[in-house]
Design a protein around this ligand. Structure first.
Ligand code: 13P
Ligand code: SF4
Length: 299
């Protein structure tokens, strides 16, 4: 199947993008693996492909379509959604915008395309604090992740930020008990966590990073042992790129079942039958593109 995928990819002039949480086999066959920011950048830069097969969750494939609307964007499993993205709905966001007309709406990329279309500027976990710092307004509505919002508030205290009440159920599984236990077992290890973790966990960590931020930190740090507070898929790249270092999940491995819906078999059928195509209304693409491009300008 892997051979067939490589053949089809060439025949159809397709490129495979994969998120850092994908299963190892998908990461290894992809043309590019990255965090949400890197994948959005890549999608906006691709010139010489007709098809983008996106191995990740739906909001990521939508982002690729918004930034590269002339390409056919495929998601191998349409059920690969993100419950965090679904926690901010279009009507509710409109309501809060009406309540605070002077505020800027900052949406984490983990939002659906319609919400991005009524957003002033998007951000990812790699740039949320920088984006908020550069906004020419004091009042901010930040959605949908309350933990990333808490992180931004610590970094940018001069802004008046209203946090949406959403959360990622995967990252909320990391607990301070996990941290206490692991610090006892590996007192010399460096603990790095994702800003979607609860504030108590973030406060006990040595560093807070996006998934690719963790890869960079692991490479640059003098530490030999790391405890990782994010979805377990990242450990594949961490181990592959740093064979001389040790990596452990914080507590038991935490799995995002949506990210894991993409398999080699589904990727094969996606390329072969050109399914499932991401189709978005033109006006949603046009408006959502403004908020994504503004993010790329603000950082
Ligand atoms: P990153 O942008 O850090 O890769 O995070 C995406 C995500 O969905 C985290 O749960
Ligand atoms: Fe969404 Fe959480 Fe899965 Fe990331 S890990 S895709 S935020 S459910």
């Amino acid at each position: 199947m892997i051979e067939e995928i490589l053949k089809l990819k060439k025949e159809k002039s397709a490129i495979i993008l994969a998120h850092n949480y994908q299963i190892p086999e998908i990461q290894d066959i992809a043309d590019f693996v990255g965090d949400s920011l890197e994948l959005a950048r890549k999608a906006s830069e691709i010139k010489d492909a007709k098809i983008i097969v996106f191995c990740g969750v739906k909001f990521m494939a939508e982002t690729a379509k918004i930034l590269s609307p002339e390409k056919k964007v495929l998601l191998p499993d349409l059920d690969a959604g993100c419950p965090l993205a679904d926690m901010a709905n279009y009507e509710e966001v409109l309501k809060i915008k009406e309540k605070y007309p002077d505020a800027w709406v900052v949406s984490y990329v983990n939002t659906n395309a319609d919400v991005k279309s009524i957003t002033d500027v998007c951000c990812t976990s790699a740039n949320a604090d920088k984006v908020v710092k550069n906004i020419p307004a004091k009042k901010i509505i930040f959605l949908p992740d309350k933990n990333l919002c808490w992180y931004v508030k610590q970094k940018v205290p001069e802004k008046d930020i209203i946090c949406w009440e959403g959360y990622c159920f995967v990252h909320r599984l990391f607990t301070i008990e996990d941290v206490k236990k692991v610090k006892e077992i590996y007192p010399d290890a460096e603990l790095i966590v994702h800003p979607e973790c609860d504030p108590e966990v973030q406060m006990m960590a040595d560093g807070i990073y996006s998934t690719s931020g963790m890869l960079k930190r692991a490479k640059e740090s003098k530490s030999k042992r790391f405890i990782i507070g994010t979805e377990e898929g990242l450990l594949h790249r961490l181990k592959k790129e740093n064979p001389d270092k040790e990596f452990y999940s914080l507590g038991s491995a935490k799995i995002c079942p949506n990210m894991k819906k993409i398999t080699i078999e589904k990727l094969y059928f996606s390329l072969k039958e050109e399914k499932y195509e991401i189709i978005l209304p033109d006006d949603i693409i046009r408006k959502a593109k403004i908020s994504l491009e503004r993010m790329l300008e603000f950082i």
